[in-house]
Write a protein that binds this ligand. Structure first.
Ligand code: GRF
Length: 218
């Protein structure tokens, strides 16, 4: 996993890994910031934690760490830099990113953290959400694999909207990663996924009964 922030999405994956039928595990966390909470969480969970220098732009260092730990699927959550092209090329179709809005809206360079939710509110959008997409050479740009809508409530603050979207991220990311791992183990590749619409509630919270098996191939 590539993460340079607090690492709450990492935590959601670690918790998923601890469930009996998890089809994968987190073997490595890479950050370009020594002080990233994600590194702390990795160490606490006994997962290898590596800091890459040069703002994450050293492709050789990134690739060396990913290869050393035999990484099969790369997940970005809170990685604020472009991934060097050589690293993207080394994991074709096997590098995912989670973004806290419904792409292709409210994404791209400089659109991260609270700025995303500020922009959503400033635009008067009625729906936001979370997106998981394949990584390519542009920010927040590759093919979208799965999305989960979160409605904007009247009077929403940046913090309130961010918290509801993050709650959804913590359900969406493990579900997409689980399904991607299953597909890889079955000899396939990660691809577009759909969540049955009945699992969306007006506030965006998962309805009871939501599970990764809720995904259907599209
Ligand atoms: C998440 O909102 C993710 O969508 C975005 O960065 C944030 C990372 O949060 N790319 P955390 O570090 O996982 O708590």
């Amino acid at each position: 996993m590539l993460a340079s922030g607090a690492g709450s999405n990492l935590q959601s994956l670690l918790e998923w890994c601890a469930t009996p039928d998890a089809p994968g595990e987190v073997v490595l966390v890479i950050s370009n910031r020594e002080e990233a909470g994600a590194l702390e969480r990795a160490r606490a969970a006994g997962v290898a934690a590596v800091v890459v220098r040069r703002d994450g732009q050293d492709a050789d260092a990134l690739l060396a760490a990913l290869r050393e730990h035999r990484v099969e699927l790369v997940v970005l959550a809170g990685w604020l830099k472009l991934v060097p092209a050589a690293a993207v090329r080394a994991f074709p179709g096997r590098m995912l990113n989670i973004h806290p809005a419904l792409l292709p809206a409210f994404g791209g360079r400089g659109m991260y953290g609270r700025r995303v939710h500020e922009a959503v509110l400033a635009a008067g959008a009625r729906v936001s959400g979370a997106s998981v997409h394949l990584v390519d050479s542009e920010y927040d740009h590759g093919p979208i694999l799965a999305q989960w809508p979160v409605s904007v409530q009247p009077g929403d603050t940046t913090e309130a909207l961010a918290a509801r979207v993050l709650e959804v991220e913590h359900r969406l990311l493990p579900a997409v990663v689980a399904e991607s791992c299953r597909r890889i183990q079955a000899g396939g590749e990660p691809g577009p996924l759909a969540i049955a619409a009945e699992h969306f509630s007006p506030a965006g919270r998962p309805q009871a009964g939501f599970a990764p098996s809720t995904f259907k191939s599209t």
